[in-house]
Design a binder for this molecule. Structure first.
Ligand SMILES: NC(=O)c1ccc[n+]([C@@H]2O[C@H](COP(=O)([O-])OP(=O)(O)OC[C@H]3O[C@@H](n4cnc5c(N)ncnc54)[C@H](OP(=O)(O)O)[C@@H]3O)[C@@H](O)[C@H]2O)c1
Length: 205
């Protein structure tokens, strides 16, 4: 099992941010991680299922990650799921549809990630795939909790891919690796085993 925090996002010039190969890659990534996280706005706008799915993988998923919603002050409605859901908030109500045993509410102060990451670690979560949006991704960067960054950009130009990834991420990655992938390019930085949640928490303290 990988032991890291990974930030994953996709971008494109025409609004269609992904392609079949990238969907398969993302679902393969999802089944390798203990948990998938999104920000409260992504949860409310996109209603993501945050599952690894057979129709994308071409086979049954090996396992499912638990769900983590960094709700902050955003009220969130949580639909029932086969996996546990952690809702990290600072007091906003969330609606749990009568399936309270699947839901764990964890506190946070402002956008400080340390307390909720410590709590997730206490619940046995050792690896976290953060799938956006931009506000949450930037918090992980700023607070030093990103071990690996992976960005798929659907475009035909490598220069355009790097430019769009910089725009999406908000800054330049020093050790950026770029390779053709599917209908675009995959941009990756960091090392999968460089640092896990435990070491990340130690280093940030
Ligand atoms: N292209 C892609 O791959 C991709 C992936 C995901 C999402 N998206 C898109 O991104 C958009 C949403 O992105 P967004 O940037 O507006 O919102 P977001 O990052 O999804 O959510 C931001 C909210 O999360 C809450 N939050 C809780 N803990 C936080 C923390 N530690 N740091 C930062 N925020 C925290 C905050 O609520 P409070 O400030 O109220 O406390 C914040 O307003 C959607 O349109 C979605 O479709 C794109």
């Amino acid at each position: 099992m990988q032991d890291a925090t990974v930030l994953q996002t996709s971008s494109s010039i025409d609004g269609n941010v992904s392609c079949c190969a990238d969907w398969q890659r993302v679902h393969h990534l999802r089944e390798q991680y203990d948990a998938i996280a999104v920000g409260g706005r992504t949860w409310n706008i996109d209603h993501p299922r945050l599952t690894a799915r057979a129709e994308r993988l071409g086979r049954e998923p090996k396992r499912q990650p638990v769900r983590v919603i960094f709700a902050g002050s955003q009220p969130c409605a949580i639909q029932p799921a086969a996996v546990q859901t952690f809702v990290i908030g600072n007091g906003a109500p969330f609606q749990g549809c009568g399936h309270a045993s699947d839901l764990v509410s964890l506190p946070m102060q402002g956008h400080d990630l340390r307390q909720p990451l410590q709590a997730l670690y206490g619940h046995g979560i050792r690896s976290l795939l953060v799938e956006g949006g931009r506000t949450l991704l930037h918090s992980f960067f700023r607070q030093g909790f990103a071990d690996v960054v992976t960005v798929f950009v659907r475009t035909s130009s490598v220069e355009r891919a790097v430019h769009l990834a910089r725009e999406e991420l908000g800054f330049t990655l020093e050790d950026l690796r770029v390779s053709p992938f599917g209908e675009g390019f995959l941009l990756e930085a960091g090392h999968a085993h460089a640092c896990g949640l435990a070491q990340g928490l130690e280093q940030a303290s």
